[in-house]
Design a protein around this ligand. Structure first.
Ligand SMILES: Nc1ncnc2c1ncn2[C@@H]1O[C@H](COP(=O)(O)OP(=O)(O)OP(=O)(O)O)[C@@H](O)[C@H]1O
Ligand SMILES: [Mg+2]
Length: 351
């Protein structure tokens, strides 16, 4: 397995602010790797350290086999796409894409071939003469991406490149970006605060908070097996319940025992996390490990699914996502129901 980028114990301080706190990870060749976390958690700073725009206070950066820590940005085999894209507004599409190639003094026909290839990749053939302001947001996005790809970087870094787009376009571009990455096979390091985007596109995700990486894993690993309350809440909004673990049961105040799959735990305080879509809701439910009484409080019908907020007998609120398999079978506010889930769907986190 070839490693393209490695950070070893990288810390970056700005005065008293620890923007990046002892971060280590390896990105494999051809991987789509995402840094996911809330605003201010150190994502951009981490990217800037990889490109060389920032020097780490401590730690080492490797690209390929080489230590890059003292190599200036323009000598690194990386390229970056920024959130604001930074396309040249006064140049047309052709001149934007070919800018880097002209600096490298490639022959004219080679440049032309390369630009055509790139426009073809993002399905914008024939757009050479368009001005940047004559392009839609999504089109500008694609031009910014190929302008960075045309120089054939070993690693392409993308800092929230879909930020300015509206939701529907973001979703389309996420799928498009993944296709482009698969076709060119370039290693991508992608920064986002949007868990849906990271899950859709990534081979692996590093979840960050306060400068630290909390968990690295495939989308389903971080989604199904979060290692901290933060990851559980940040990715897919778990229901998190406090309790005391003993012998496969989490005892929850005023609610009773919740049977959980986890066995290798010492007795003591834990958090039990249950994803909303793993909860059944109904008038009669049986043959499930955990069944509790609840009252429906809020109903959000969303077409394919309905989201419920329901009150348990200990006055805590849980969120439920229910697939609308049969039309017309909705609960309404005030309905007395049962909510239930299986023990293997409870993630137990030690506190
Ligand atoms: N040049 C700087 N001087 C001082 N503090 C900085 C500097 N750059 C970043 N910081 C601080 O470091 C922390 C991490 O910033 P960073 O830009 O990496 O966050 P981010 O995860 O990219 O956030 P966002 O999602 O809002 O873009 C923040 O607290 C920020 O205020
Ligand atoms: Mg940022």
């Amino acid at each position: 397995m070839k490693i393209d980028v490695e950070l070893k114990n990288v810390t970056k301080k700005f005065g008293d602010v620890v923007a990046v706190d002892n971060v280590s990870f390896k990105v494999k060749k051809g991987e789509f790797f995402s840094l996911l976390g809330p605003s201010g958690c150190g994502k951009t700073t981490t990217l800037r350290i990889i490109t060389g725009f920032e020097k780490p206070t401590e730690g080492e950066v490797y690209i390929g086999e080489k230590v890059m820590t003292d190599v200036p940005p323009f000598k690194r085999p990386t390229n970056i796409v920024f959130q604001n894209l930074a396309l040249f507004p006064h140049l047309n599409v052709y001149d934007n894409i070919s800018f880097g190639l002209k600096i490298k003094k490639l022959p004219k026909d080679a440049i032309q071939k390369k630009v055509e290839e790139m426009l073809n990749l993002v399905r914008l053939s024939g757009y050479e003469k368009r001005r940047i302001r004559q392009l839609s947001g999504g089109e500008q996005q694609r031009i910014a991406i190929v302008r960075a790809l045309v120089n054939e970087p070993t690693v392409l870094l993308l800092d929230e490149p879909l930020g300015p787009l509206d939701l529907k376009l973001r979703e389309e571009m996420a799928v498009e970006l993944k296709r482009i990455q698969r076709e060119v096979g370039t290693t991508f390091i992608y920064v986002t605060h949007d868990q849906g985007e990271a899950i859709t596109m990534s081979n692996r995700i590093a979840v960050m908070d306060y400068g630290k990486i909390l968990q690295i894993g495939s989308p389903d690993e971080v989604y199904e097996h979060p290692n901290t309350e933060f990851v559980a809440e940040f990715i897919g909004r778990s229901n998190v319940v406090k309790g005391q673990y003993k012998d496969g049961v989490v005892e929850v105040n005023d609610l009773g025992g919740m049977i959980v799959g986890a066995q290798n735990f010492d007795s003591g305080p834990v958090l039990a996390c249950i994803k909303p879509e793993k909860i059944f809701v109904g008038k009669k439910l049986d043959s499930l490990d955990n069944i509790f009484n609840a009252e429906i409080k809020e109903v959000y019908y969303q077409g394919p699914i309905t989201q419920y907020r329901a009150l348990l007998e200990n006055n805590s609120v849980i969120s439920i996502i229910s697939a609308n398999i049969r039309a017309g079978e909705l609960f309404k506010s005030g309905d007395k129901v049962k909510v239930a889930w299986n023990k293997e769907n409870v993630v137990v986190i030690k506190t």
